[in-house]
Design a protein around this ligand. Structure first.
Ligand SMILES: [Zn+2]
Ligand SMILES: [Zn+2]
Length: 205
């Protein structure tokens, strides 16, 4: 079943994309449906119809959540952390932004909070809320599911795919830092862990 939306205009096939994302993610969930729909919409808005083929070097995605939907965004767009084409921005929001590097066109797509309540009305006979939500998200319109914001995104050269622009040694811990994530304080070079404090503590040996 295709969603009741203008996505029919482009090359994306919702069912095929959903199937692929479920395979990668490991299960079918409302997040997969939302992430697939969100990405189809975002890509269409920035004029990208072949994200894994001819457009693969033109696309950067910013995900604002590390949840189920994130895997769907990765599956549809082909963007990943490892390719530096997916940027994780830890906002805890069900939103993602899609940037076309060739045209600089960018949109931010946000899942509407009221879509959860609306979803209930679509399948009142399905008792399992989760299932009702999942099925509703498949057929609700883009307008019901998402808000779309035209945005400008300036991406720094050191954040683009390609070879690291710089590689230095931290004066404190001796570990190497690339991609200009180092900081110079009073003439000394520090990694972020040494300068800001690390997320880990070294265990006693
Ligand atoms: Zn999931
Ligand atoms: Zn260091």
């Amino acid at each position: 079943m295709q969603p009741m939306s203008t996505d029919k205009q482009n090359n994306f096939n919702f069912e095929t994309l959903l199937e692929a994302s479920v395979k990668t993610h490991g299960h079918l969930c409302p997040g997969q449906v939302l992430g697939v729909r969100m990405s189809m919409l975002g890509l269409r808005k920035i004029g990208i119809d072949d994200p894994k083929g001819k457009d693969r070097k033109s696309l950067i995605v910013f995900v604002e959540m590390d949840r189920c939907a994130t895997d769907a965004v990765q599956s549809v767009t082909g963007c990943s952390l490892g390719h530096r084409t997916m940027k994780f921005v830890d906002y805890g929001k069900m939103a993602a932004a899609y940037l076309n590097l060739k045209t600089n066109s960018a949109v931010r797509v946000i899942a509407r909070e009221d879509s959860r309540d609306r979803a209930k009305n679509y399948f009142p006979d399905i008792e399992d809320k989760y299932k009702a939500q999942l099925e509703a998200y498949k057929i609700m319109s883009d307008e019901e599911l998402f808000d779309v914001m035209d945005v400008t995104i300036e991406i720094r050269p050191e954040d683009l795919p390609g070879k690291p622009l710089k590689r230095v040694k931290c004066d404190k811990c001796g570990e190497h830092v690339q991609d200009m994530r180092d900081l110079t304080v009073d003439g000394k070079i520090y990694c972020k862990a040494c300068n800001e404090g690390a997320y880990y503590k070294v265990s006693k040996q």
